[in-house]
Write a protein that binds this ligand. Structure first.
Ligand SMILES: *Cc1c(COP(=O)(O)O)cnc(C)c1O
Length: 262
């Protein structure tokens, strides 16, 4: 287990009222700022969804965001998905919400194939599919479990070596191949922006992801018509991503503050 999980009880549902307020306020500010960025780009605010990146946060902190209107959650690690899933599902039910339905629960971090069975049925979507090999395994496990799984193809548009994601040149073929697999639905593309100060460079990466999606949709292939979402933009760069067409922005520190552990 990752070390911080031993130090922090992620299943904790009770948090201090000030902490709840702090998260609520930050979520409201994020909704406002997303709407503003959308309007500046001539887009409808409702076309951009806020995903709360909840790594290292406990159920109480996550629910403060849900109670303020967040309807998409993203976890990085399968271990964390397993740690919070049942408590989160219960807390959502108490709000009249179904986790996986009204509140989407996505895996946004790397998935090793030996963890697939652990998260299947817990998350509604895996945003971090970056190889056909992983897609094939997800598909066959989903078939065996009798369920359908939404996936995003993760693309490394920045070319930074430490990053996961397929190469941009492979994306179209890979999206097509994933779309042929039973019980998988390709919902869109995901990327993590370049880790640089140059805004033009970050923005051109996001524009690249949008062009890849246009290329995929223009093929008019059956099974790829659903490939519409662009999950891009984090706390440091989401206005740029919205300007380039993001339909999902994934915010962690902007909602919950700095992480004590990575
Ligand atoms: C942590 C994380 C985020 C959110 O990052 P912040 O900078 O805290 O907003 C988004 N996407 C992925 C894949 C992440 O791991």
């Amino acid at each position: 287990m990752t070390s911080y999980m031993n130090r922090k009880d992620l299943t904790e549902t009770i948090i201090p009222p000030q902490r709840r307020e702090e998260i609520s306020d930050a979520v409201r500010r994020a909704f406002d700022s997303i709407a503003q960025a959308a309007e500046q780009a001539g887009r409808r605010p409702s076309d951009v969804r806020l995903l709360a990146a909840v790594k290292t946060r406990n159920v109480g902190e996550i629910m403060a965001a849900v109670k303020t209107g967040v309807r998409l959650l993203g976890e990085n690690r399968p271990q964390e998905v397993m740690a919070v899933a049942s408590g989160l599902a219960q807390a959502c039910r108490e709000e009249g919400l179904d986790l996986g339905e009204q509140v989407g629960f996505h895996l946004i971090g790397q998935l090793q194939s030996n963890k697939i069975n652990k998260i299947l049925g817990l998350v509604s979507t895996v945003e971090s599919v970056d190889s056909l090999e992983l897609g094939v395994k997800l598909s066959s496990r989903a078939v065996r479990a009798g369920l359908s799984l939404d996936v995003f193809l993760e693309v490394n548009v920045s070319g930074e070596e430490a990053k996961s994601g397929c190469r941009p040149q492979e994306a179209e073929d890979l999206a097509f191949a994933l779309a042929q697999l039973p019980n998988l639905v390709v919902r869109g593309l995901m990327t993590v922006g370049a880790h640089v100060d140059d805004e033009a460079q970050v923005r051109s990466g996001f524009a690249h992801l949008r062009r890849i999606r246009e290329g995929i949709l223009s093929q008019g292939e059956a099974g790829l018509d659903s490939c519409r979402d662009l999950s891009m933009g984090m706390s440091g760069d989401y206005p740029l991503a919205i300007a380039e067409g993001a339909t999902i922005v994934r915010l962690g520190t902007a909602l919950f503050g700095q992480r004590a552990y990575r």
